[in-house]
Ligand binder design. Structure first.
Ligand SMILES: *[C@@H]1O[C@H](CO)[C@@H](O)[C@H](O)[C@H]1NC(C)=O
Ligand SMILES: *[C@@H]1O[C@H](CO)[C@@H](O)[C@H](O)[C@H]1NC(C)=O
Ligand SMILES: *[C@@H]1O[C@H](CO)[C@@H](O)[C@H](O)[C@H]1NC(C)=O
Ligand SMILES: *[C@@H]1O[C@H](CO)[C@@H](O)[C@H](O)[C@H]1NC(C)=O
Ligand SMILES: *[C@@H]1O[C@H](CO)[C@@H](O)[C@H](O)[C@H]1NC(C)=O
Ligand SMILES: *[C@@H]1O[C@H](CO)[C@@H](O)[C@H](O)[C@H]1NC(C)=O
Ligand SMILES: *[C@@H]1O[C@H](CO)[C@@H](O)[C@H](O)[C@H]1NC(C)=O
Ligand SMILES: *[C@@H]1O[C@H](CO)[C@@H](O)[C@H](O)[C@H]1NC(C)=O
Length: 330
């Protein structure tokens, strides 16, 4: 090899090396265009897999709000930022209900475990992601705002064996939007029904009635079976889903989890001024936040999600202390 050709070769390699960073595209939102095992309503499947994916990563499912979609939920939330920082996978399901792009949280199909509605398709995405990325089945989380928070309540109640924890911002209790609950319409069933009575805070049930509804969501699940931990947050000035719904969520989950219906701990100005945090029972399994004078446009607090889902935990060994509240599953 002549000196000149050697220099040329070196230059070529230098150029290749210099070009590498620009040819390696940074992670972005991807459409997973595959036929899932069980997605009867054809929910769209978008995913964000960060460049620095943690080994045995956690999964956060983020269903969007009404009139939103997966790309908007990706752009207008900090979930992907948290994913990049902490190495978990974010799933952004996209509602097939084109009229209002809300989630179906009203039909029995969606309210029931494997009922064949939107919730079934979302869980199918979780199962595909667990297998495809060797993700951690003991750290599958769900959070959302508004319609996404309603779907969070549904997924946590109907799929307790799939989710480890939920965080619902300005939503309603599982079953509150059911078509036949207050509107008193059973035929014909409308998918993606807007339950105005629930939205206005007029669906008020006893803890026993809420418990029955959650158990109906998955009748085969043992009454004393393990359940995900749950947190609910709501603004007192919510003009879309009345603040009364926070109280119904509190009744529902404290009853289902066998916790006292009144808080065992109250923390004022947490995490923001004029927000109040209530904890029920001793094990931090359920908590509720009243956001004073906050409208439906509730500002999601990353710090609350990071703590609740233990996202900053980066232990690489299975069975280590990440999400130490949870049931250890393999
Ligand atoms: C998904 O893939 C099919 C072919 O398998 C294609 O026809 C369709 O356009 C794709 N959808 C999107 C949104 O890219
Ligand atoms: C994270 O946040 C910044 C703005 O603070 C934004 O520019 C960026 O696109 C976000 N998304 C990701 C995936 O990091
Ligand atoms: C629901 O429908 C039944 C039968 O039509 C009726 O008797 C009952 O009063 C209705 N309840 C409400 C809350 O409208
Ligand atoms: C949904 O299920 C409930 C209870 O299982 C039942 O009472 C109701 O009639 C069902 N609704 C429809 C529209 O089938
Ligand atoms: C929520 O409902 C209550 C009782 O109906 C009502 O007084 C209150 O004004 C409603 N809140 C908002 C923000 O509309
Ligand atoms: C908290 O509430 C007080 C009294 O209503 C009010 O003066 C103050 O501006 C509020 N602070 C915030 C950050 O909303
Ligand atoms: C409530 O919030 C509004 C703005 O959304 C503000 O104008 C008003 O002063 C606040 N009230 C209190 C008591 O903080
Ligand atoms: C895990 O976290 C520790 C402390 O924050 C940090 O020093 C370490 O680099 C992290 N490891 C990985 C693989 O992210």
């Amino acid at each position: 090899m002549t000196l000149l050709s050697s220099v040329r070769t070196t230059l070529v390699w230098l150029l290749v090396a210099l070009c590498l960073p620009s040819t390696t595209a940074a992670a972005s939102l991807e459409l997973v265009n595959i036929t899932l095992a069980n997605n009867p309503t054809n929910v769209g499947f978008y995913i964000y897999v960060p460049d620095a994916l943690a080994p045995n990563p956690a999964i956060v499912v983020y269903p969007h709000w009404c009139h939103g979609d997966a790309p908007t939920a990706y752009m207008d939330s900090s979930i992907a930022n948290l994913s990049s920082e902490y190495g978990f996978i974010a799933i952004y399901p996209d509602s097939p209900n084109t009229v209002d792009k809300c989630w179906d949280v009203a039909s029995n199909a969606s309210l029931r475990h494997n009922g064949g509605g939107d919730s079934t398709g979302i869980v199918s995405m979780v199962q595909w992601t667990l297998a495809h990325y060797h993700a951690d089945a003991s750290r599958v989380f769900v959070t959302g705002v508004s319609s996404g928070a309603m779907m969070t309540n549904v997924l946590v109640g109907a799929y307790p064996e799939v989710f480890a924890a939920g965080s619902a911002w300005a939503g309603v209790a599982l079953g509150c939007f059911a078509q036949d609950i207050a509107a008193n319409v059973t035929q014909p069933e409308v998918v993606d029904y807007w339950n105005a009575a629930c939205a206005a805070g007029q669906v008020r049930l006893s803890p026993a009635a809420w418990t029955r509804i959650v158990h109906e969501a998955y009748p085969a699940y043992p009454a004393d079976g393990w359940r995900p931990k749950m947190q609910v947050l709501h603004g007192t000035a919510d003009e879309t889903l009345n603040y009364t719904n926070l109280g119904e969520e509190i009744k529902e989950w404290t009853a289902v989890l066998g916790l006292p219906g009144t808080p065992t701990r109250t923390q004022y100005h947490t995490p923001l001024a004029n927000w109040t945090k209530w904890t029920y029972g001793q094990d931090d399994w359920f908590e509720a936040y009243r956001a004073w004078n906050v409208t439906h446009n509730i500002p999601v607090q990353d710090s609350v999600l990071i703590e609740w889902f233990d996202l900053a935990c980066n232990a690489t060994v299975k069975g280590s202390e990440c999400f130490h509240w949870g049931q250890k599953r393999n």
